[in-house]
Design a binder for this molecule. Structure first.
Ligand code: ATP
Length: 514
């Protein structure tokens, strides 16, 4: 936001965004007519456009504008050995704790911190009007995020991967056959069932990254890529998140945009610095408030054991700073693990380079990896929050009152529609001319919307709310002299220009050239 832009008054921003998202067709609760499915969301016509535009911009900067990164699109279901090798089957779990007071379950690593040994108070049952309870914080040093109680269960690990079974045989029948008629203890029965289910178990991927490691050699060889180079992928990932929170910030099904950049060992620090700058620059290009973005280095105890450095790109959400993207220097951990588990040789041979150990060529090495891992759904929320404003209209109404307007100041490349074409009335050739202008835009690959419902003021308001950068109004004169009114979403200024000039203005704002 520029310093002279009016401030959005203090409002419940998340509430505004959730309500606008539904009313204007960005994001709906999944299966809403059946009562909704917790933590699953559907992207409506405008949300699908916004998310796609974000992902296209990511792909453009990662793949189309570079010679050293290629893309791929892997299957969501992969061999379960992939997840064994990556450590996800064993380690992809959250420490979960049950609150004995309010009965809510939460993630220990995200719980509010409190001094061990200090006294805390909570309300009995976590319900309003209940008795006040006091408790002592145990050495784990946290309390229930819902009611503040220190009366907590032990931590239990919970695998976040969604499991399903693949194959022509019904796994339930398999299980019944395995245990039917056998005199088994509860533990034996559990082990027998687990073993049967595991035989055909497959998992929905919890991240897009692993396919890029598993297909590293195929991509490198088929495309003759030379180190350093990257593989980029975007698509759905699934995590059976226990704490689903803040609308689409954390959901069970979400989209990621990840890139694995393979480098020579020893050069990882330089490349980590490079990708930190590159990714911050990408976000800054599209936001109104760059001061709400920051890079935070992981503390030593927070970093995965195999990473030699890691940063989060964070955004200041209405509830505080939180992750938007992780940028990790992952060493050769992933490729080495897959090499070991699969028995393949996953490395690079440079016949002309001397091996640093012997001083003589060839040099065979397992590349190190820098991974910028972003969330497309989380970025969609961030861009909505960043763009939303409630501001005073520049001109008072007929009664002299100052009214407010809601506006989404989305970057034109992210906006679902780049312009709205509005015939002033539905007669006298105006709709026909409007449709001709729409066709001119659509033929040039620019997504615009023809809109003739309601008064012109209401239509301006609607397009402000969905972030359409320009409204082009066709009036009676336009039919005669080809002059239309173009209105700028951000300044609300209106100017009369020839149709071709209006076309050129929009094109320039979207593509950066006429
Ligand atoms: P968090 O700490 O918020 O759980 P994470 O560190 O587990 O995130 P990564 O595994 O690094 O996340 O995934 C990369 C990116 O994918 C995150 O920065 C985020 O943008 C996105 N992401 C991860 N989990 C979710 C989720 N459940 N819902 C939406 N986006 C997610």
């Amino acid at each position: 936001m520029s310093p002279n832009e009016p401030e959005t008054p203090s409002i419940d921003l998340m509430k505004e965004i959730v309500s606008l998202a539904k009313q204007r067709g960005f994001v709906f609760q999944s299966s809403e007519i059946y009562g909704g499915l917790k933590s699953a969301y559907d992207y409506g016509p405008l949300g699908a456009e916004l998310k796609r535009n974000i992902m296209n911009e990511w792909w453009r900067s990662m793949v189309y504008e570079r010679e050293d990164v290629v893309g791929m699109d892997a299957s969501i279901i992969m061999h379960s050995k992939v997840w064994e090798a990556s450590g996800h089957l064993a380690g992809f779990s959250d420490p979960l704790v049950d609150c004995r007071n309010c009965k809510e379950r939460f993630r220990a690593d995200k719980a509010p911190r409190a001094q061990p040994g200090s006294t805390v108070t909570s309300v009995e049952g976590g319900r309003r009007g209940g008795k006040t309870l006091t408790g002592t914080v145990d050495p784990r040093g946290y309390v229930c995020p819902h009611c503040g109680s220190s009366d907590l269960s032990a931590e239990r690990n919970f695998n976040l991967m969604f499991r399903t079974n693949i194959g022509p045989v019904d796994v339930v029948q398999d299980v019944v056959d395995a245990i039917h008629g056998k005199d088994l203890s509860k533990e034996e029965m559990r082990a027998a069932i687990d073993a049967k289910v595991r035989e055909t178990a497959v998992y929905l991927r919890p991240e897009t990254a692993q396919a890029m490691f598993v297909q590293f050699l195929n991509v490198q060889q088929s495309m003759s890529m030379k180190i350093p180079f990257g593989i980029a992928q975007m698509g759905k990932s699934f995590r059976n998140e226990i704490t689903v929170e803040h609308f689409i910030f954390r959901s069970c099904e979400f989209e990621q945009m990840e890139m694995e950049f393979f480098v020579e060992p020893g050069t990882q620090k330089k490349w980590l610095d490079y990708w930190k700058e590159e990714r911050m620059g990408w976000y800054r290009r599209f936001v109104n408030s760059p001061e709400k973005l920051r890079l935070r280095r992981h503390e030593d105890n927070e970093r995965a054991h195999y990473a030699d450095d890691c940063y989060d790109v964070e955004y200041e959400y209405p509830w505080g700073w939180g992750e938007l993207e992780g940028i990790a220097s992952r060493t050769d951990y992933d490729l080495s693990k897959h090499a070991k588990h699969s028995g393949s040789h996953i490395n690079i041979l440079d016949p002309n380079r001397p091996d640093p150990a012997t001083g003589k060529p060839p040099y065979r090495f397992t590349p190190y990896v820098i991974e910028p891992a972003a969330g497309a759904t989380r970025a969609t929320l961030m861009f909505l929050l960043d763009a939303f404003r409630i501001e005073d209209k520049p001109r008072p109404n007929a009664k002299g009152e100052v009214e407010t307007r809601r506006v989404l100041k989305l970057h034109p490349r992210l906006a679902p529609y780049k312009a709205a074409i509005l015939p002033l009335v539905k007669k006298d050739g105006m709709p026909e001319l409007g449709r001709k202008i729409v066709r001119q835009f659509l033929d040039a690959g620019i997504n615009v919307r023809f809109d003739e419902q309601h008064s012109i003021g209401k239509r301006y308001a609607r397009h402000d709310e969905i972030g359409t950068p320009y409204c082009i109004t066709v009036d009676g004169d336009s039919v005669k002299d080809g002059v239309v009114t173009i209105r700028d979403r951000d300044t609300t200024e209106q100017v009369k220009v020839k149709i071709d000039e209006a076309f050129a203005v929009v094109k320039e704002r979207v593509f950066g050239h006429r």
